[in-house]
Design a protein around this ligand. Structure first.
Ligand code: ATP
Ligand code: MG
Length: 385
C-alpha cells in the first residue's frame, strides 16, 4: 500500500534566475534563510534539486506552520506541499486521486510536466492519467481552476495541488544591510518589508521622546520588532533619544523642524550604518504624501548623506500602504496610541526648504555636537523569531 501523504515541500525561486553568474550566491543565501526560518521546527533535509529546493518533512512536521514560515522567506516565487511517487503512471494516479478527494471531488485539471528527459513524453502520460481518471470516476475538466500537477523529475514524480504564492523578491541579506528609520506610524514598517524584499537586512533605528530608551523598547516599537523579525529571521532596533535635538531647536521657527529633524536622523543613521556595515538608509516617506514630503524637502534633508537613500513607498498611495500594513499585521500596532517626537507632530511645515537653509540651521543650532551626544546615548535590542 503506497502512503500518499505529504512528505515534501517543493520550493521554487523567482527572480534569482535572472542573476547570471551570481546565481549560486543567491541560492546559498536562500537556503540559509529557509533553514533559519525553520530552526525550531521539526523537518528533514533541505536539498537543492536543479531549479528548486525540496524540503523533506518528518513524521511530526507541522505542515501549516512550515508553510506559514516559508511564505515569509523572500526569494521564493511559490511552494507546495507535495506527494512523491515513482515514475509509474498508476502510482501518479493514486496521488492525483487522493488530492482530488482532498479537494472535495470537485472537477480538477491535471497538468503533467517533465524535467526528466527520458521515457514517455508528458502528453502520453497525461492521456493515460485521464483514461484512469474517467475509469475511476475522478471528475476532470480542462478548464477547472483546481489544478493538480504531476512533475516528473529524475528523483521521482512530485504531485501537488496547493500551489502557495511565495513572498517573491530576493533573499534577505543578498543586497547588504539598511538602517531603517522606524517610527510609530503606519508607513515605515511597510517600507521595511519592501526593503527586505529587495534583499536588504534591516537594522532599525527609532527616535523617541522618553526619558529612557527602556520605555521606548517596552512600547509598541518593540512589538514592531517582533512582527518584522519574522521576515528576516530576527531583528535588532537601536533606540535613540530625541530630547537633545528638541531642546536645541526650541527657539527655531517650528516650520523648519520637520526637515531639520530628518537631516539629524540621517546623520545619526550614518553613524549606525558605519558600525553595522550598512550602505543604505531607508525611510517610509512617500512622495508628496504630506506637506513635509515634497521633492524640495526630501532633497534638502538628504544633502551630504553619503549612503543610498531608499524610499520604497515613494510610489504608493496612502490606502495601498494601509492595505499592506493590514496584510503584514503591523497596522494594528501602528494605530495604537504613541507619543511621537514633537517635531514630527507639528502642523504647517515649510514645503520648500533649500539644502542651503538646512545647512545653515544645522550649523546655527549646533547639530554636529547633538548628533555625537545622541549617538553616545543609543541602546540596542534584538528579537529572534
Ligand atoms: P510613518 O507612518 O512611517 O511615521 P509618516 O507618514 O508619519 O510616516 P513622517 O512623519 O514625515 O511621515 O515620517 C517620514 C519617515 O521618517 C518615516 O516613515 C520614518 O522612516 C522616519 N521617521 C519619522 N519619525 C521617526 C522616528 N521617531 N524615528 C525614526 N524614524 C522616524
Ligand atoms: Mg510618522
Amino acid at each position: 500500500m503506497i502512503d500518499y501523504s505529504y512528505k515534501y515541500i517543493v520550493i521554487h525561486f523567482g527572480e534569482i534566475w535572472l542573476k547570471g553568474d551570481n546565481r549560486n550566491v543567491f541560492i546559498s543565501r536562500l537556503r540559509k534563510n529557509i533553514a533559519a526560518a525553520l530552526t525550531d521546527i521539526e523537518h528533514g533535509p533541505l536539498e537543492l534539486k536543479r531549479d528548486r529546493f525540496i524540503l523533506e518533512l518528518s513524521e511530526n512536521s507541522d505542515v501549516k506552520e512550515i508553510s506559514d514560515r516559508v511564505s515569509k522567506v523572500f526569494g521564493i516565487s511559490w511552494f507546495a506541499p507535495a506527494i512523491l511517487v515513482n515514475g509509474n503512471v498508476s502510482d501518479m494516479f493514486g496521488a492525483i486521486r487522493k488530492l482530488a478527494s482532498d479537494l472535495g471531488n470537485k472537477p480538477v485539471r491535471i497538468v503533467v510536466r517533465r524535467s526528466l528527459k527520458k521515457g514517455k513524453d508528458s502528453m502520453e502520460i497525461l492521456k493515460e492519467l485521464l483514461a484512469l481518471a474517467i475509469k475511476e470516476g475522478v471528475n476532470v475538466d480542462k478548464d477547472s481552476k483546481n489544478i493538480i500537477s504531476a512533475n516528473i523529475t529524475d528523483f521521482g514524480t512530485l504531485v501537488y495541488s496547493d500551489k502557495i504564492k511565495g513572498a517573491c523578491g530576493l533573499p534577505v541579506g543578498s543586497s547588504g544591510k539598511a538602517v531603517i528609520l522606524l517610527s510609530g506610524g503606519i508607513d515605515s514598517p511597510v517600507a521595511s518589508y519592501y526593503a527586505m524584499k529587495r534583499g536588504l537586512t534591516p537594522v532599525y533605528l527609532h527616535f523617541h521622546p522618553f526619558a529612557s530608551n527602556k520605555i521606548a523598547e517596552e512600547s509598541k516599537i518593540g512589538e514592531f520588532g517582533r512582527v518584522l523579525s519574522r521576515y528576516s529571521n530576527g531583528a535588532s532596533i537601536y533606540f535613540a533619544k530625541a530630547d537633545l535635538f528638541q531642546s536645541a531647536v526650541m527657539k527655531m521657527p517650528s516650520k523648519y523642524e520637520h526637515v531639520l529633524f530628518k537631516r539629524f536622523m540621517y546623520k545619526v543613521a550614518e553613524r549606525i550604518a558605519k558600525k553595522e556595515g550598512a550602505e543604505v538608509i531607508c525611510t517610509g516617506e512617500s512622495l508628496a504624501q504630506v506637506a513635509s514630503q515634497t521633492v524640495k524637502n526630501m532633497r534638502a534633508s538628504e544633502k551630504g548623506i553619503r549612503l543610498l537613500m531608499f524610499r520604497p513607498l515613494s510610489g504608493f498611495d496612502k490606502q495601498e500602504i494601509v492595505n499592506e500594513a493590514q496584510r503584514l499585521g503591523t497596522f494594528e500596532i501602528s494605530i495604537k496610541p504613541y507619543k511621537d517626537v514633537c517635531s514630527m507632530r507639528l502642523r504647517n511645515p515649510s514645503t520648500s526648504m533649500s539644502a542651503d537653509l538646512v545647512d545653515a540651521l544645522y550649523k546655527k543650532y549646533g547639530m554636529a555636537k547633538i548628533v555625537q551626544k545622541t549617538v553616545k546615548g543609543i541602546s540596542h535590542s534584538s528579537w529572534t523569531i
